[in-house]
Design a protein around this ligand. Structure first.
Ligand code: SAM
Length: 243
């Protein structure tokens, strides 16, 4: 099925997203490096810097996948802190857990299979929540943002790292060509899975732009919202604070 290029009803979208991530889980990390030419590491590093996470903090990384952010946070929070790596997808969680255990970082990390739309944690639990390249896969984004606000402590911050919109017409053209033509071909060659990478390009195109996402965060209850564009707006890092 060419699911990347048709409108998908919400309930169907969930199983579609699940299928995509089951099929890419084991190759996810290497594909990330290849497709972003390694730059995703810099985008993530910036998110870590802006998180202000320190020793003793409780951190939730939603849609945490194979644990790039959780790994850095686990080092920062130390033994008295706690990092929860949450993802809706069992395969991604398993690959993430194996990788973090191999890195010797198991101690203060917990793994929870959860949907961002209805987080299974008490109110006012976390000092910081991150969601990196995950929000665009979530069906009900307002529900997810409200759920994140609920489980943050007052004064806690949410960081959303996500593909966004470039304003430079030339960059937009180059980027569209890359994502709609080259990306599925690379997906086919490397992972034998062009459909998943078509879905990726399509989900990026449909995701709300910088100002729309900032508005959505405010509507969900966040204050002091800001965003930083990276790589010309290909990626943006949004920040919001729970009042
Ligand atoms: N955060 C990781 C990173 O930056 O490398 C993984 C990002 S990966 C592109 C997107 C992840 O979102 C997948 O692991 C997928 O299973 C997860 N996901 C999709 N929908 C979700 C939902 N509704 N709730 C929680 N996680 C979800």
């Amino acid at each position: 099925t060419h699911f990347g290029f048709r409108e998908v009803p919400p309930d169907e979208k969930e199983s579609l997203v699940a299928g995509v991530f089951h099929s890419v889980a084991t190759r996810y990390d290497v594909m990330n490096d290849l497709m972003s030419m390694g730059v995703h590491r810099l985008w993530k590093r910036f998110a870590i810097e802006l998180s202000a996470v320190r020793r003793g903090h409780q951190v939730l990384d939603i849609a945490g996948g194979t644990g790039d952010l959780a790994k850095q946070f686990a080092r920062r929070v130390g033994d008295n802190g706690r990092v929860v790596l949450a993802d809706i997808n069992e395969s991604m969680l398993r690959v993430g857990r194996d990788r973090l255990v191999n890195d010797g970082l198991a101690g203060n990390i917990e793994y929870v299979q959860a949907n961002a739309e209805c987080l299974p944690f008490p109110d006012n639990t976390f000092d910081c929540i991150t969601i990196a390249f995950g929000l665009r896969n979530v069906t009900d984004k307002p529900a997810a943002l409200a759920s994140m606000c609920r489980v943050l402590k007052p004064g806690g911050r949410l960081l959303v790292l996500e593909f966004s919109k470039t304003r430079n017409p030339l960059l937009t053209k180059v980027y569209d060509t890359y994502s709609f033509n080259l990306l599925p071909v690379m997906g086919k060659l490397i992972a034998n899975d062009s459909e998943s990478y078509k879905y990726l390009a399509e989900s990026i195109r449909k995701h709300p732009d910088q100002d729309t996402l900032e508005r959505m965060m405010k509507d969900a209850g966040f204050v002091n919202t800001t965003y930083h564009n990276m790589t010309g707006g290909i990626v943006a890092l949004h920040k919001g604070v729970k009042p």
